[in-house]
Design a protein. Structure first.
Length: 310
């Protein structure tokens, strides 16, 4: 729902009841741990949207900072959720509520205006509900600069030679890279399909372009994510069979976790870095690519829906 994936979300009362229970457990643990009546509490992400209000009721003097890491959709999209009011009420227990972009802040204001009786001050970027004010702010995420993983890296030429040798790539082949978790919001399948389309329309690129996709498995115990990994492997095989041969594979899919030093080696070796997010949340690959290229070379291809570039 929040990532605006065009698949109808499934809402189950039993899931919601578990969600409420887990939020209560966090509230109990925080109240028990607090050594004063006005603690500073930082709450992270959509897993705990009810927690701010739960804490506000039990620790009214607390300073509660909540950061929502994923997109906040428009009010009509969010209204699909049967518990939209409960989530909004929960978040408005925060002293400060942070989003990644101003667009997400604006969407939140519209959602509050649509579903909750409150006073919205857009000039001060705040919402007052029940006599208590919540400041709403955009906090674009950045990266460590310069990244510590860059310090131990070899030269760009050496990184490129190492990657070519590792994956059996000829010296004339252009290297495109993608670095993501295997998550449906990252556009990994769409990226591989784009390579397939390019090679079908421009056969002259066969043998001259390879996409090296580092894709870390995630949430593999969930059927949807397990299927995504299977689909990615199958699609890579199909594209390689369609356009490749014994010495050339246009898609090199590496489905495992990569350490930061490995990621930066890939980014330094690349001619092109592709970030094809499908309405993503926190995604820092584009910034990491720029940081990796102290030679000021390479092409960055960004999805229209890549939001974390401010």
């Amino acid at each position: 729902m929040c990532h605006v994936a065009f698949v109808r979300p499934t809402f189950r009362l039993s899931d919601w009841q578990h969600y409420v229970t887990v939020n209560k457990r966090f509230a109990d643990a925080i109240v028990e741990e607090a050594t004063r009546q006005d603690p500073l509490v930082l709450i992270q992400d959509y897993h705990l949207s009810l927690l701010p209000q739960m804490l506000r009721q039990r620790l009214p003097a607390a300073t509660i900072l909540t950061f929502w890491h994923i997109p906040w959709p428009n009010s009509e999209m969010f209204g699909v959720c049967p518990w939209s009011r409960e989530i909004i009420h929960g978040l408005l227990g925060s002293s400060i509520l942070g989003f990644q972009t101003q667009l997400h802040c604006n969407n939140f204001f519209d959602t509050v205006d649509h579903f909750v009786e409150s006073r919205i001050d857009r000039e001060r970027a705040s919402v007052v509900m029940g006599g208590r004010q919540t400041m709403v702010r955009a906090y674009p995420i950045s990266i460590e600069w310069l990244p510590s993983a860059l310090a131990a890296q070899a030269s760009v030429a050496e990184c490129r030679a190492a990657i070519r040798q590792r994956f059996g790539l000829a010296s004339h082949v252009k290297i495109a890279v993608g670095v993501e978790r295997l998550d449906y919001t990252k556009g990994v399948l769409e990226r591989m399909t784009a390579v397939d389309s390019l090679l079908a329309r421009r056969p002259s690129w066969k043998g001259r372009l390879v996409l090296v996709q580092a894709a870390a498995p995630t949430r593999s115990k969930l059927a949807t994510y397990a299927k995504l990994q299977q689909d990615a492997l199958r699609l890579a095989e199909e594209i390689n069979a369609r356009h490749g041969d014994r010495t050339y594979r246009p898609i090199v899919l590496v489905p495992r976790h990569h350490e930061p030093c490995e990621v930066f080696e890939l980014l330094r070796a690349a001619d092109v870095c592709i970030v094809s997010s499908l309405h993503d949340g926190m995604n820092l690959v584009a910034k990491e690519f720029v940081a990796a290229r102290d030679d000021n070379q390479g092409v960055l291809i960004l999805s229209t829906f890549y939001r974390s570039i401010a």
